[in-house]
Write a protein that binds this ligand. Structure first.
Ligand SMILES: [Zn+2]
Length: 269
């Protein structure tokens, strides 16, 4: 099959896979738990991010107990603003209204500051590890447009691309398939995005879609991780269509670069 045809085929597989994931039990279970977490305002999301950049799930001290978890000793609370309301009675109609009357400081904690029962997670870490995958990881490193460092990352975060310093971080100690997947995902961010050009959701669908197509092109299946990840970032059919052009362009470029290294190796052998 021609390269672009194969890439297109894999892109379609991504679409179907995510669609199917939306009717799975894992997705339903995830939504049930998600619904029990408070939705924070934009301002509070910023406050949380400034104090705890790796935060993924945040709740108050007592709320964590309801999830079967507890805040660990010595953890510093993340301070956010809770709305204060005042009751007002309309003189003419006698109607009662609650109006916003300033803010109070509230304390919350990220999941990484807690211990206890596991929460149902959307994506399970890929566990495959073979010499071939380890070699593939080295090849992927060689084609990266940004420098890579392997670091200790907290929480469920497996990698990140820093838009300011233009560097990639990969979590230490993961299996080779997960490392390859995460690295191609971050490389796609580095190739395709600036922090403000597109909404985060679209950037994540594009990056993960690219990683899925590239890894599966070379025969490494990441659907177990990629479908749920894309679903979690609003991978509706419409949204994936929006990301389609970027995914296919980035995937073809990365496949070309990887094949060039493979061919080099072959002719040297
Ligand atoms: Zn990402």
């Amino acid at each position: 099959m021609k390269k672009t045809a194969k890439v297109n085929e894999l892109y379609k597989q991504l679409k179907t896979g995510v669609e199917e994931f939306y009717s799975s039990d894992r997705w339903k279970e995830f939504l049930t738990v998600q619904a029990r977490f408070h939705q924070y305002s934009f301002r509070n999301v910023l406050l949380i991010y400034m104090q705890c950049p790796h935060a993924t799930r945040v709740a108050g001290f007592e709320d964590w107990k309801k999830f079967g978890r507890h805040v660990k000793r010595g953890e510093t609370a993340i301070k956010i603003l809770g709305p204060k309301h005042r009751r007002e009675v309309d003189e003419k109609t006698g109607e009662e209204n609650w109006v916003l009357n300033g803010f109070y400081q509230a304390s919350v904690f990220d999941i990484s500051q807690t211990g206890g029962e596991e929460l149902p997670s959307l994506s399970y870490e890929l566990s495959k590890d073979t010499p071939t995958l380890r070699r593939f990881y080295e090849m992927a490193k060689a084609i990266s447009p940004a420098p890579i460092q392997e670091v200790t990352l907290k929480g469920s975060m497996k990698g990140s691309y820093n838009y300011t310093t233009q560097t990639i971080s990969i979590k230490k100690g993961m299996a080779a398939l997960q490392k390859c997947k995460t690295l191609i995902h971050e490389i796609a961010h580095a190739m395709l995005h600036t922090e403000t050009d597109k909404p985060r959701e679209l950037r994540e669908v594009e990056a993960e879609g690219t990683a899925f197509v590239v890894l599966n092109y070379f025969g490494f299946d990441t659907s177990e991780y990629s479908f749920s990840y894309v679903a979690g970032w609003n991978g509706s059919a419409e949204h994936i269509s929006k990301a389609g052009e970027a995914i296919q362009k980035a995937a073809v470029k990365l496949i070309d670069d990887l094949e060039a290294i493979l061919n080099e190796k072959e002719s040297a052998a």
